[in-house]
Design a protein around this ligand. Structure first.
Ligand SMILES: NC(=O)c1ccc[n+]([C@@H]2O[C@H](COP(=O)([O-])OP(=O)(O)OC[C@H]3O[C@@H](n4cnc5c(N)ncnc54)[C@H](OP(=O)(O)O)[C@@H]3O)[C@@H](O)[C@H]2O)c1
Length: 301
């Protein structure tokens, strides 16, 4: 059988999951030139159902693909149906056991619980929730309208809380659950010109840590904190800041990069790899942490 034809064959975990070690079945790792990633990605989420929010773009999209590669069934949630429709075949090709879209706006939460309960009724428990959505707009804090805080609080905290209340009972019954929040490094260090975002990220950190102390055995919650990551959001933040400061997007980006020891923007796939790891069985004993994926930008120890 050719290496490519193995793409949808569930691989055993263990040495297959450790890049660089010889695979005991195929007797080699480094000789697998056609699909070297096959051995690098363990299929350890087969039989698990992941609800990935904000899956139509950026970090959420990359996270959905990373979980698909580990074999999870994916429900991809976002507002743009066309984007989700084009993602579904990619999820299946990446290795998702099943892939479906849930078109929903996390700013309109009146029927969110009912819709996710219907999803669970039709497709079984949600074992993994990725809380990810659009970030609040940038700008000086004093210029922010009070309403901006309630919109952001609703979209981030209330939506995550509703999903936790609906999904945790099924996680507990399954003895396996993972909640991963895509937040920001501003949980640790507020970022200039992102005052509303900084405030909401702090609240998210408090919500997640509180919940981490209450969740049952086998069910964890953790945060991933992206640094400057090359997505549509970063492009729009750079454009907004350049307009306000009378500079250019390139100049704004250069200023950002000067803060990053790695000297480049992060790729959404790099954040997604951390998300997928925290969802994996290997991360069972990691609970209530906030993991920066920021190229070393944070200065605190
Ligand atoms: N990129 C960075 O450098 C960076 C750094 C730190 C933190 N973050 C944070 O990480 C998160 C993801 O960032 P990103 O860069 O991947 O953002 P992005 O490229 O703007 O993607 C945001 C995703 O969220 C969805 N979304 C937005 N509003 C929604 C709503 N009301 N209901 C449902 N889905 C919604 C969008 O899809 P639809 O438009 O189709 O709904 C899209 O799929 C954000 O909270 C962001 O602030 C990003």
């Amino acid at each position: 059988m050719g290496w490519r034809r193995l793409r949808n064959v569930p691989l055993r975990t263990g040495l297959h999951s450790v890049p660089g070690l010889a695979c005991p079945t195929h007797r080699r790792y480094s000789g697998c030139m056609t699909t070297p990633d096959l051995h690098a990605v363990p299929r350890d989420l087969l039989g698990r159902h992941a609800l990935v929010c904000g899956a139509s773009a950026g970090i959420g999209r990359a996270s959905a693909l990373a979980l698909a590669a580990r074999g999870a069934s994916i429900t991809a949630l976002a507002r743009r149906a066309d984007r989700l429709d084009s993602l579904l075949p990619e999820l299946r090709a990446a290795g998702a056991a099943e892939a479906r879209a849930l078109v929903a706006d996390l700013d309109r939460r009146a029927d969110l619980a009912d819709r996710v309960e219907a999803l669970i009724e039709a497709h079984g428990p949600v074992h993994i929730v990725i809380n990810n959505t659009g970030g609040p707009p940038g700008g000086p804090l004093l210029q922010a309208e009070p309403e901006a805080f309630s919109v952001a609080f609703g979209r981030h905290i209330l939506a995550a809380h509703i999903l936790a209340r609906v999904c945790v009972p099924g996680m507990q019954a399954s003895g396996f659950g993972r909640i991963v929040n895509v937040v920001s490094t501003s949980v640790y260090e507020p970022i200039p010109n992102l005052g509303v975002s900084n405030t909401i990220r702090g609240a998210m950190g408090g919500w997640a840590k509180s919940l981490s102390r209450e969740l049952p055995e086998g069910v964890t919650i953790n945060n991933v904190l992206p640094g400057f990551t090359d997505t549509e959001r970063l492009t729009s933040l750079a454009e907004g800041r350049a307009r306000r400061e009378g500079s250019s997007s390139d100049q704004v980006r250069a200023n950002w990069l000067a803060q990053v020891p790695e000297g480049r923007l992060g790729r959404p796939e790099e954040t997604a790899a951390a998300v997928a790891f925290l969802c994996s069985p290997s991360a069972a004993y990691i609970r209530g942490v906030s993991l920066p994926v920021d190229g070393g930008r944070l200065r605190g120890i």
